[in-house]
Write a protein that binds this ligand. Structure first.
Ligand SMILES: [Zn+2]
Length: 65
């Protein structure tokens, strides 16, 4: 069962519309859309992580002296 990329809720497959519908926020997405959003989100998260690491490194560098 896919997890909602918007809110992290459970998504149920709706046969009638052939889409996954989130139980929490009500968003409806196709499997492809879910994968696409997740892929983008992962890139975003990695960028944030990189940015955070960079900041920590700079902090470590500046406090070292
Ligand atoms: Zn949701």
């Amino acid at each position: 069962m896919p997890i909602c990329p918007e809110c992290g809720g459970e998504m149920l497959y709706q046969q009638s519309i052939r889409r996954y519908v989130c139980k929490s926020c009500g968003i409806s997405l196709t499997r492809d859309e879910i994968d696409e959003i997740k892929a983008k989100y992962r890139v975003c998260k990695d960028e944030d992580e990189k940015e955070r690491m960079k900041k920590e490194y700079i902090k470590w560098w500046t406090t070292k002296k």
